[in-house]
Each structure stands twice: as C-alpha cells, then as structure tokens.
Design a protein around this ligand. Sequence first.
Ligand code: NDP
Length: 362
Amino acid sequence: YTQAKALTFQDYGEPPSVLSLHKHSISPPHGDQLTLRFLASPINPADINQIQGVYPSKPTFTTALGTPNPIAVGGNEGVAEVIALGDKAKSAGFKRGDWVIMKAPGFGTWRTHASATSGQLLKLEEHAREGITPIQAGTVSVNPCTAYRMLRDFSLLKEGDWFIQNGANSGVGRAAIQLAREWGLKSVNVIRARKDRAAEDKLKQELKEIGATVVITDSELQSQGIKDMAKEWTNGGKEPISLALNCVNGKAATAMAKLLSSGAHYVTYGAMSKQPLTIPASLLIFKDIHFHGYWVSRWSEQHPEEKKKTVEEVLDLTRRGKFKDMPVDEIKWDWETPGEELVAKVKDTLEGYREGKGVFVF
Ligand code: NDP
C-alpha cells in the first residue's frame, strides 16, 4: 500500500474554508491502474475558481479516497512519476519511472500520490523529458500551450507582424513573449501600473529581456498619446497589429482593441479584473475586428495529438535555453508539511502583484 496525502474539499467555497489535507492509502495497482508519485503541481488561477464552484470544468468528487462523503482533490495540472503499474497499463506503453502529465483537467494534482488509469495520462517520452526539470514539465501544459495556440490559431502572423497583449507578466503572457521572439513576431505588452516606480521599471526590463518589443502600463495604454506612440513603434502604422490576447477585461482591454488594425483578431482567455469586456460597435462595424474566446481545456480534449506535439515543442525550446521558466514560488510539500501552510499558499494565488506562480514541489 502507498500512503498518500491530498488537498481536498467536500463543498465548493473559498479555499481557506473548504480545503484540508486528507491522508489515505492506495492499494497496489492491477490491470490498467498506475500508482503515481507527484513531482510538481502548480496553483493556477482557474484552480481557485474551480474550488469556488464558478468554473465550468468540474473536479471529480469521489469516495475512493476512503471518506464517507465524496471529496475532490484540488489542482488540474502537474507532472508525476509512475512508481507501480498493472499489466494492462504496461501493454498501454507505460513503465516504472515514466513521467506523465494529465490528459484532461479535473484529475486533482495537489497530492503526493494518486491512482490513475492509462487513459487519463499523457506520457512524456524520454527524448521530451531529457534535461527538463519537474517544474518545467509540471507547468508546460496550460500556460505555454495556451499562448502557443492563441498565437497560431486565430490570425496568420508573419515574421515582423505585431500582436498586443495584457497580463503580459502572467504565465501565459511570458510564454507568448518568448514564443513570439522565437517566431520573429513583435509584441506590445501591457502590465498593470505599479505604485512603486522602480518595481514597475524592473518588471518592464524583465519582460524586455525575455523578448518583449514594447512594454507599457495599463494607464499608458489609456493615455492621450497612445495612438501616436503605436504609430512610432509600427513604422508609421505600416506594420499591422493583427492580434490581441486579453487576460484582463475592463476598460484597459477595450483600449487594447482600439490599437488593432482593420480585420484583426481579438482573443479573450482570462478574466483577471472580474470586469466585463465592453466593445464599441464601431470596432465591429467599421474595423471588422473579430472577437473570439479561447479555452485550452476544450482544445486539449479536441486535439490530444496536437497537445502532445505542442508540449514537446515547448519542452524542446526549454531544453535549448530558448524558453525560460516563469518566476515561481516553490512550495515544498513534504510528508510532514502542515495542511494550513499549503492552504495559505493556495489563498495567495488570486491576490495579484505577486513575484511568481505558486508550485507545489514534492
Ligand atoms: P498568473 O498567475 O501567472 O498571472 C496572473 C496575472 O493576472 C498577472 O499578470 C497579474 O498581474 C494579473 N492580475 C492579477 N489580478 C489582476 C487584476 N485584479 N486585474 C488585472 N490583472 C490582474 O496567471 P496565468 O497566466 O496562469 O493565468 C492568467 C489568466 O489566464 C487567468 O485568468 C487564467 O484563468 C487564464 N487562463 C486561461 C486559459 C484558457 O485556456 N482560457 C489557460 C491559462 C490561463 P499583476 O502582476 O499586475 O498582479
């Protein structure tokens, strides 16, 4: 039997009031089962929304972890090592020591160990995981995949073309900056203004170092002279800004749409400000801007093969030093780590102005 601990919840609510550390044991795997030992699992904003019960993809509530009432394990992304497996799982191509990521959301990744079936897992082939750290493998399937697909699947950007994005310092934003640099695209990156000017300049510099062409704050974006500034960046307006990636919404997201060229595409994937997105009719009628939404969960379910390829491509760039990790706050999770300490870290995630994404490291 394998002893396991998991951050679980029985009811939806705010993480500090509903999450608790639950201990249970996992029986030896047979048939198509595998026993996993987690290596790294991030805390993504959507994980919090899922626990609050306001996210469309639901967690799996189960009594399989030995409780009288069904409970669910938090977290949707992560990388784990196969430590034991049944014969059928072996025939499905898995072996001890393999690294696996989750095929779909809802698995529950904030746990030391888990039991899984082969169909739930995507194996990272030896060549793909070579030289890759658990944190890199554990954070590759949501943020980088989202950035990658949004840059590729909505507008045919050619080398030298521009896109604009807000939330530029988010995991997705930083991934977009780096992929764009590799593909020869130029980017206008919007961050939230900081009260501390030195911190703001430091962040701007940091994003330029990973490949951002231009970095401005949301207040600069909404200032009088922005149209002229944009003209200067884009060779007098001759180079089109043909794609926008929106993580934030609210007024600054509307301002971003106004910088787009005619016929451009505007993709919304996040809702960090909790404000609605307001679109002036003129942008639709006269400028023919196309508005879309993107959800990586839907895309992954519809394109499992493409997902595997996208993940491998990002890991390849990582291995070659062309794709840097996002800043992370490593949260060491040992057998002895108290539940309250882990829950406190989960709570921090939606607070904003953070130095890095929380990642449980086992
Ligand atoms: P991170 O935790 O890496 O970054 C969060 C970002 O949000 C930071 O840029 C932060 O900026 C900003 N932010 C936080 N609070 C606010 C606020 N009140 N107003 C404006 N900006 C704020 O996030 P991820 O990259 O993992 O995710 C970013 C967003 O993208 C989330 O909404 C997430 O759910 C969504 N997402 C959607 C996907 C999809 O498929 N649709 C896939 C992946 C992510 P600051 O430093 O200024 O606080």
